[in-house]
Design a protein around this ligand. Structure first.
Ligand code: ZN
Ligand code: ZN
Length: 333
């Protein structure tokens, strides 16, 4: 049987507010058909917040989206990335080279695109983590092969001209945007807040459709960091969120509350799985997610399970047992 072909997405641009355009850029990922870059009017040009990932044809999609907003890459005066995931910063090196615009980003971006690590070393590091989590050899080998056959999503080496930290402001025609550190989804995640207009560029920290993901293994407790970031963003009293995926949304407070509720629900699920007896992270993921846990979702769900377990471990609710044999999987109880 032939696989159904997905309708080919193309780059689109639309004005959301005077001086704010949403640039919807296609992604090659199942379940995540596109991401948003945001163009903000700034003098005779624009500030571009996020860039989309780099893959064949991606610059043409960005050009097309900009064109629908009567803009061109040459209008880009500054590139700001909300965090170091390729769908948000992949095209930044190419755009920087093409436009001469600076790239601003939070300093904690280094762990994702470590300059001294080859793609093969990155795969090897992730295979090691997966083995520790109890992933069987077959799926692990297939995952590594698939990773080798796809690009990195980056258009070159990420060069950051200025650190995006609290106190740094981004000047636009809508006023100055303030940097709010929001680690959890990624250590380098920031939101940009425009207090007079009560606008929030929320990246992947807050999405219209609640969806959780944590970059684990780089900081002590991404789940706690994420919850602290929710507190920080909830206190801003923003009125409209311009997110990294999907449509803009209002009722920011309700979205913060929905994220908190989902965190509590997931932690409850992992506690219940642990109550059934000790297991590897892989086994526990199967217990929590059942049929939803497939080779396609495995690396995503497994990263989530490791995040929840790490959080519970720090709260004294879970214990990580030593691997039975050298290179063996950790057992959680
Ligand atoms: Zn992300
Ligand atoms: Zn994203």
């Amino acid at each position: 049987m032939r696989k159904p072909t997905r309708r080919r997405e193309v780059g689109r641009g639309e004005r959301v507010l005077p001086g704010v355009w949403r640039l919807r850029l296609p992604l090659p990922w199942p379940g995540v058909p596109h991401c948003n870059a945001w163009a903000l009017a700034a003098g005779d040009g624009i500030v571009l917040v996020d860039t989309g990932m780099h893959e064949p044809g991606s610059m043409a999609h960005l050009e097309r989206a900009l064109d629908q907003a009567a803009l061109r890459p040459e209008h880009v005066r500054l590139i700001v990335c909300t965090h170091a995931h390729v769908d948000h910063c992949g095209e930044a090196p190419a755009l920087r080279a093409r436009t001469g615009a600076e790239v601003w980003m939070h300093p904690a971006h280094g762990h994702v695109h470590a300059g001294d690590e080859t793609p093969e070393q990155t795969i090897a590091r992730r295979v090691e983590v997966a083995r520790q989590s109890g992933v069987p050899e077959g799926p692990l080998r297939r995952w590594a092969e698939q990773r080798r056959s796809t690009g990195t999503g980056m258009s070159g080496e990420l060069v950051v001209d200025r650190e995006l930290v609290p106190g740094t402001t981004v000047a636009t025609d809508l006023g100055e945007w303030q940097v709010v550190e929001t680690p959890g989804h990624a250590p380098s995640h920031v939101c940009l807040h425009q207090p007079e207009r009560r606008l929030l560029l929320s990246g992947d920290h807050l999405l219209g459709r609640v969806s959780l993901y944590f970059d684990e293994g780089h900081t002590p407790d991404p789940v706690q960091e994420f919850q602290d970031s929710l507190d920080r963003v909830g206190a801003l009293d923003a009125r409209l969120a311009l997110a990294g995926h999907g449509r803009p949304f209002t009722d920011v407070a309700a979205h913060v509350a929905a994220n908190r509720a989902l965190v509590a629900e997931r932690l409850h699920g992992v506690r219940a799985a642990l109550a059934q007896g000790p297991g590897t992270a892989y086994e526990l993921t199967g217990r929590v997610h059942g049929d939803e846990f497939s080779e396609e979702t495995a690396s995503w769900l497994l990263a989530m399970t490791r995040s929840w377990l790490t959080h519970l471990e720090r709260r004294g609710e879970a214990t990580r047992g030593a691997a039975g044999e050298p290179g063996g999987a950790e057992i959680w109880s």
